[in-house]
Design a protein. Structure first.
Length: 66
């Protein structure tokens, strides 16, 4: 994915979150995550992404192990 494509995708993600509203944003992100996990189809890769996304968030985020 090019930088331009990444920017377009991220912009669409943010706009869609705005469109669904603050109340539904968490549900939208959860649904998006499940769709992306299914599309990716590799448990180890998904676990690593989850760990990476949780870095620095606190709350005892689990590390990726399969």
């Amino acid at each position: 994915m090019t930088d331009i494509e990444l920017d377009a995708v991220y912009t669409r993600l943010c706009k869609t979150m705005t469109d669904v509203g603050e109340t539904n944003a968490s549900l939208f992100l959860a649904r998006f995550a499940l769709l992306a996990i299914t599309r990716l189809g590799e448990a180890d890769a998904v676990l690593n992404l989850i760990a990476e996304a949780g870095e620095g968030m606190g709350g005892g985020v689990a590390t990726a192990t399969a």
